[in-house]
Design a protein around this ligand. Structure first.
Ligand code: SF4
Length: 417
């Protein structure tokens, strides 16, 4: 019988270890068991490992890697505004995996229009890896309050008697440490501060304080002495993720309830706070877009790109920054839409385009004006659309920089009050 045909010695791990232990009992014992140990350590030749391997239970660990005890659906709502509906898979009380829901096709609008399966799977790698953020050691799990702000509220809102300004010692923004608070404390601190600000800047006294602080008189005048008008609401990106983009505007409007109380006016006169939008406040979105077209960019659903003959992707790296909507662009192209990308670099979207225009940074306004000149001089524009949706028909006065009004040209036209 050849060695390879011999059955391996049936030897349990326990027996093997006890042999070794005996061998290690002393020098004399080692020499006495040396022959047996050498036999045991001889390599065993096995033709089919699967028929011989003593314990294959470990394989289940790999098979069960994607098994979960339960799952739940949630909305992924970070800064990127895509709001993908995702599914979290839970094992032993821990979210171990995240996947798309494949549930978009079940959505129906109020008129009974059913969404297409083409929306699925809607997600991106960041969403799939979100469990790491759930359990990340840098995750903020409680409200955090700037130390100086908290001290100012707890000191009873000290202010300069003349201007109402907050003393500098409470205003170390950027260097002040953050301190933890409970949710109840955070709500109370915010509510008290909002009420104090509204009261401080209400009425003629309030206007005087703003002027003493150096605010532009025209700006102060627009508050009309209504304290809630100096409250500005615009969520930073993390709150916008939780509350969505428009929740802050609703919160601003709800300040009318506070104004009714502070000024003692009825609902017909109560005025809310100011909602500062993402366009004009910190220009996270293109401020010029709304000025020119009258529409927010969020009015445009990227799924509609396939209905256009020509799409110019400009000021946006669609494939990189609109991850779950990237397929609409590539599918539109397959359906015949011509894609032109204008970009300062050869972006991920550029290689999905029919034509790419690489421009030097800072030169795009000149390019836009050049295109506009050709469109206008060759009358290659949709006049009805331009009239209805853009400010192109309006003229700007050279002397005041204001829009020219019809009554300034035709004196017979009366201004409606
Ligand atoms: S695109 Fe990614 S990060 Fe953005 S909402 Fe969807 S899954 Fe979340």
């Amino acid at each position: 019988m050849k060695d390879s045909e011999k059955k391996p010695t049936a030897l349990s791990r326990r027996t093997f270890l006890s042999h070794l232990a005996a061998a290690g009992a002393g020098t004399v014992a080692i020499s006495g068991n040396a022959a047996a140990a050498t036999t045991l350590l001889r390599p065993v030749i096995i033709d089919n490992p699967l028929s011989q391997y003593p314990n294959r239970g470990w394989e289940k660990t790999y098979r069960n890697l994607y098994k979960s005890d339960s799952s739940f659906t949630f909305l992924c709502a970070p800064n990127d505004t895509h709001n993908c509906l995702l599914r979290a898979h839970v094992k032993n009380g821990v979210v171990t995996r995240i996947s798309p829901t494949y549930g978009y096709n079940k959505a129906q609008d109020l008129d009974g229009n059913q969404a297409s399966r083409r929306w699925d799977p809607r997600c991106c790698q960041k969403g799939l890896a979100l469990a790491r953020r759930f359990y990340g050691d840098r995750r903020c799990k409680t409200p955090m309050v700037r130390k100086g702000f908290r001290a100012w509220v707890e000191a009873g809102f000290p202010r300069d008697p003349k201007s109402g300004a907050v003393p500098a010692e409470y205003l170390h923004r950027g260097t002040d440490p953050w301190v933890q608070a409970t949710w109840d404390e955070a709500f109370e601190l915010s509510a008290k501060a909002i009420k104090n600000i509204a009261e401080t800047y209400t009425g003629e006294e309030g206007k005087k304080r703003l002027l003493a602080q150096g605010y532009d008189p025209a700006m102060v005048e627009t508050t009309q002495g209504i304290g809630t008008q100096v409250l500005k609401f615009r969520g930073g990106m993390p709150p916008l993720g939780m509350t969505r983009v428009f929740a802050q505007y609703r919160l601003a409007n709800s300040m009318a309830l506070l104004d009714a109380k502070v000024r003692g006016v009825g609902p017909d006169q109560a005025v809310g706070g100011r909602g500062w939008d993402n366009y004009s406040w910190h220009t996270d979105l293109p401020p010029g877009h709304r000025m020119v077209t009258g529409q927010q960019t969020v009015d445009f659903d990227l799924c509609n790109v396939e209905h256009s003959k020509l799409a110019i992707v400009w000021g946006m790296n669609w494939i990189t920054t609109k991850m779950p909507d990237g397929h609409w662009l590539t599918e539109a192209r397959m359906k015949g839409t011509k894609i032109v990308v204008i970009s300062a670099e050869y972006s991920a979207t550029a290689n999905k385009a029919d034509s790419v225009v690489i421009v030097r940074p800072g030169t795009t306004p000149a390019l836009a004006l050049g295109i506009a000149q050709v469109l206008i001089s060759e009358k290659r524009f949709d006049a009805d659309y331009v009239r209805a949706y853009s400010d192109l028909p309006f003229l700007v006065r050279m002397d005041t920089g204001q829009l020219l009004r019809a009554h300034e040209v035709f004196r017979t036209i009366k201004i409606r009050s």
